[in-house]
Design a protein around this ligand. Sequence first.
Ligand SMILES: [Zn+2]
Length: 95
Amino acid sequence: MDYKFNEPKSAKCLVCSCVQSKERQILKVCNNKLKNIWEFYCDKKTHDKWSFTSASMEQVTQWDKTVNELFDLPPGHFAERKYVGGTWQKFERYY
Ligand SMILES: [Zn+2]
């Protein structure tokens, strides 16, 4: 699948360390309006603030090409799915 996001491939995003180490899969995605950054993380309930690290948009779409499905998720929205390949549930967020 081609890279679909409007952001440059080199744009920075935030990922949790579990996703970065590929211990866990990307099940939650936030287009953070306040920080103007995409965030990709697993379904663990809590992460401490040190467990986030930056990656490039291209890296994340290489790890999991199905996140391309969210290229048109508007800023301030959040999406989650139960498993990779599942349907994304989208929500509006205050951030
Ligand atoms: Zn995680």
